[in-house]
Ligand binder design. Sequence first.
Ligand SMILES: Cc1cc2nc3c(=O)[nH]c(=O)nc-3n(C[C@H](O)[C@H](O)[C@H](O)COP(=O)(O)O)c2cc1C
Length: 424
Amino acid sequence: MSEPNELTHPLTCHLRADGTPLDLAAYRACDGYQGLAAANQLEPSAIVAMVKASNLRGRGGAGFPTGMKWSVLPMGPDAPKPKYIAVNADEMEPGTFKDRLLMEQNPHLLLEGIAICARAVEAETAYIFLRGEYTLCATRLRHAIAEANAAQALGNVHVYLHTSAGRYMCGEETGMLNALEGKRANPRTKPPYPGISGLWGKPTVVNNVETLCNVPAILRHGAEWYQKLSRTTDGGTKIYGVSGRVKRPGLWELPMGTTVGEILDLAGGMQDGLKLRGLLPGGASTAVLTPDHLDVAMDFSAPQKVGSRMGTGTMIILDDRACLVGVVANLIDFFSRESCGWCTPCWSGLGWASRLLDAMEAGKGQPGDIEKLEHLASFWGPGATFCALAPGAADPLRSCIQHFRQDFEDHIREHRCPHEGWDA
Ligand SMILES: Cc1cc2nc3c(=O)[nH]c(=O)nc-3n(C[C@H](O)[C@H](O)[C@H](O)COP(=O)(O)O)c2cc1C
């Protein structure tokens, strides 16, 4: 692998080993804000065309093409005003911790991405919607915003930091818009999409932190360079992560399309004495893969071909001591608690599934419970609910039953958790 540098690792090459953040002077010393300078020489439509040509796709989980998202906003003198940018920095997906790295250690990279986006869509105001627990990010972002404002580095956009009250639903893009407006974070029906009617009914770009952090280098080095960083048709690099009982959990910036096995190797493989049993490739809301899937490329299409998704690209490793019923019970409990209650299949169905799984784990499972769980999850598909929370919960449940059905059957037959005493 090549030494990390600006052309191979545009997101992380300047991060310091001791974790201290780059201040404005340090950021400028490594060509910071030169992407914005390049953008200032271009018409907004040319910036959008460049981002489109780069094949940058959203890093928040759904992978929507970023240039296409920006191109939806009405432009020109008759466009509704003001226009907004809402930066999704909620990062409450269990197992996901990549945006935190970028905000803590290189906050100006995000601010530059916001300023370029603002120029591309002629937005005046940006809100960074930050996970409430990310207090170090908040301190460092506030400092960076003050530095950038004092140096008038951001052009015409005003950037505000909003810390979340702390619900997973606040990360869903329309729930986030409601939360920013001071309302309960229920999702909105779509259409209209935020690009047409977002914050206070005005055109709004909603982008993930990592997505926007990719933009400065695209402006500096071009769309073709960015596309070629990737091994697949989805442009760029990706910050992949690993958590679980591996030797070296952590985060790595790698070419988009790096395989599951290669990422696991960087994490040092499994801890001594443990074997890989399965993995959730991109956070808690992605379908489990098995050791047969180590060759799957982590991009937006290859995991889908084997029934999963790249999601946030941060995998949760399950070892051979893990009780899959316990793992799924824990996840469904989380999704059930975080349901906003807006759709019946979600608030009622997740609660029911959670109680069934808890009972099964406690040795009180009944024959027919697995079929009941499958039946419940069949109501959580895309299109059956206002947002993707319940479809995201269905994926680990359905896939664990598919790949590890024996675990569920053993619990019911033996009236106990066969893994009792293990520290899963
Ligand atoms: C329940 C739920 C929670 C979400 N949480 C986040 C989050 O914390 N951060 C994020 O960027 N996207 C999150 N998303 C995805 C967003 O709705 C949206 O797709 C994303 O912010 C768009 O930005 P992108 O196009 O740059 O990826 C969540 C989605 C759902 C359904």
